[in-house]
Design a protein around this ligand. Structure first.
Ligand SMILES: [Zn+2]
Length: 367
């Protein structure tokens, strides 16, 4: 989901303009017309990953043992979030704490900023989501949480999810503006806060969206929560010799798979979101799903272990393909690279079938 800028007042507007500039600089580049530049980025990233691998080999056991223990920790996931909220009132209090914390950090960085203040009623709402008005974020969240069943999450994870269900609050746009300013403009229409069962949705983004789009935004954040519980936030795999690999630049794959799962979940329930966030990242996740199979990619996404996906990709597209794709560290580079591998292996016709998928077409990352 893209972050929108806008209606702040006073000095905060300057901050927002600055963040907008930052956002333009760090946003993912379009694929069309950039293939050449991306190819060199892929080559550079591959070289640097190889250097890291060489260093790891020299460091030897220490790095290996550390990665192994982190790998095993992540494989357990979390039985419950470290901070579990029980009621919407508790969750709203948490949102308010977050806004206050962001405001303090903004003022520490920009003493002359005058960020907008909390308004009466900003953090008010029904205590029980089932009592909220039909069509409201809270009520839609009850519906979407019902989609996240054993058929989607598997028995064990569905049990964890149901024991500490996500609490979804609709919070003022201002909270998301502040968060975006602090993190460089990469915030979204919704946020899942890792380590909790709390999802915050941007009131302005929700007001502008269709009911299907709103269900989908909620489903996207709920996928993040389920993946957090399952260990999916730590993308990792075992290499050909069984050694644990935990790269640090896999956010693009996590977001793409999150969006893909949420898109497919929405559509399975007859709710077409109408647009796709993270177009290139989601297209990459779709390709991986076609190669590895839906159940293999789903388990990798929710649990974080991509060993089976890597094996399937390398079997189809050649040894080393998955690692080079991962080494790009971004959706556009990974997309260009996977498409090149498909073409090089004479699989253009199969690729054309994938590209006719409605989610890929709506994502708009290829033309
Ligand atoms: Zn996301």
């Amino acid at each position: 989901m893209g972050k929108r800028m806008g209606d702040a007042v006073g000095a905060a507007e300057t901050l927002i303009r600055q963040a907008h500039v930052v956002q333009q600089h760090i946003g993912p580049p379009p694929v069309a017309g950039e293939a050449q530049r991306l190819r060199s980025a892929v080559a550079t990233a591959t070289e640097s990953l190889q250097r890291v691998a060489e260093q790891g080999r020299r460091v030897g056991l220490a790095a290996g043992a550390d990665a192994e223990s982190r790998f095993r920790d992540a494989s357990r996931g979390f039985e419950r979030p470290g901070r579990a909220f029980r009621t919407l009132a508790e969750a709203r209090r948490h949102s308010r704490e977050e806004e206050d914390s962001y405001r303090r950090q903004l003022l520490a960085r920009h003493p002359n900023a005058r960020p907008a203040a909390v308004q009466p009623g900003d953090y008010a709402g029904p205590a029980d989501p089932r009592q909220a008005p039909a069509g409201s974020t809270e009520r839609l969240s009850v519906e979407v949480a019902g989609w996240m069943d054993r058929s989607v999450l598997g028995d064990a994870l569905a049990g964890r999810f149901a024991r500490t269900p996500p609490l979804v609050t609709e919070d003022p746009h201002r909270l998301f503006q502040f968060e975006g300013l602090l993190t460089g403009g990469m915030s979204a229409g919704g946020m899942y806060e890792p380590g909790t069962n709390h999802i915050m949705m941007d009131a302005d983004a929700m007001a502008d969206a269709s009911p299907a789009a709103r269900r989908h935004f909620i489903a996207h954040e709920m996928m993040h929560y389920a993946a957090y519980l399952g260990g999916g936030a730590t993308i990792r795999w075992r290499d050909g010799r069984g050694a644990a690999v935990i790269p640090s630049n896999m956010e693009f794959l996590h977001e793409g798979a999150t969006e893909l799962m949420a898109q497919q979940l929405s559509r399975a329930h007859g709710s077409d979101p109408g647009s796709v966030s993270y177009g290139a990242e989601t297209t990459v996740a779709f390709y991986l799903q076609q190669i590895a199979g839906a159940s293999v990619l789903g388990a990798a996404y929710l649990g974080g272990d991509f060993t089976s996906v890597r094996r399937a990709v390398d079997a189809k597209l050649g040894a080393g393909t998955f690692d080079r794709m991962a080494a790009t560290g971004n959706g556009s580079g990974a997309l260009v690279y996977l498409r090149e591998r498909m073409q090089a292996r004479g699989m253009g016709a199969e690729l054309a079938v994938w590209d006719a998928n409605p989610i890929v077409k709506t994502a708009g990352a290829i033309d």
